[in-house]
Design a binder for this molecule. Sequence first.
Ligand code: NAP
Length: 310
Amino acid sequence: MEAPDIFSAEDLISNPARISSFAPPVRLGVIGDPVTHSRSPVFHNAALEACGIPAQYAKLHIPPERFAESVRALPKAGFLGANVTIPHKAAALAAVDVADDYARASGSVNTIVVVGEKLHGFNTDGPGLSRAIREEFGVDVRDLRVVLLGAGGGAGRAIAVQCARERCERLVLVNRSLEKIEALKKELAPLFHSEHLAGPVERLVAIPFENEALRHELENADILINATSVGMSRLDPPVISPSLLTPNLLVYDTVYSGGMSRLIEEASAAGARCANGLGMLLHQGALSFEIWFNRPAPLEVMRRALLSTP
Ligand code: NAP
């Protein structure tokens, strides 16, 4: 019997036997609100099939007020694990029994593993972004001077932690609400401290979301990463003034909905090398698969499935 595309909190909590009754049974899923747009089922189902794993990956539309009880229902419903997306990633950190060190530092969980009755939390967003940048631009994060827009958001924080743990050359945290990145800067500062490498330029700074401050930092940057939610809608204004975009920059937009984002269009027009968030989506998903099954993910199968779906 074919499983419906989307399950509700009610399905998960009140009727767990039904979820296991499909062939193959639903054992994984992405929990979000909204979740209709999610492209994760497409590539995870392709991966499950390619690996001969008798399980399906579904969408779970769960509102914030039912999130905690819904994730607690995962073991009883026979789930092996789940992904968590907007707006639940911070709540997922609070809901799991054990979170790995990287998830705790990022303040959020995007991957849950069911271990008996317990839930273990991980975050693959930062490592996924790092792999995507290596693949798209042929460089490692550790060799880059990074300007990170939206560093105070969920994805932004995970990316900032990743850049810091890779000891990138320089990290400029940018956020509309400055207090969020002032706190983050304090947390990350020890990773940039080196008695031997102290130079004339501060390696970790937090700046307001303002044109002049951004212009100054971008003149000395290798890559601009957009981790704000600006650009998810085609009607959004530009996330930064196009006049700040120059041909020497790499531009990575974590936004992937709706094809080319406005930032990518404007950065391409300025002569910059650009990539959108599909690579990050693919790699964070592949890393989740590896956590669930303790085996390499069939990356090319997943990529083909992702790219062949509009
Ligand atoms: P979030 O936690 O809600 O964070 C949103 C961020 O955007 C915050 O830093 C917020 O700043 C900033 N922001 C919102 N409106 C703004 C505006 N008008 N001007 C400047 N900054 C603004 O969301 P999230 O979960 O981190 O998601 C952020 C983005 O990452 C989304 O585009 C999402 O698609 C993308 N993402 C992509 C992947 C992938 O695999 N490609 C994975 C995860 C997330 P304040 O703190 O000041 O509110």
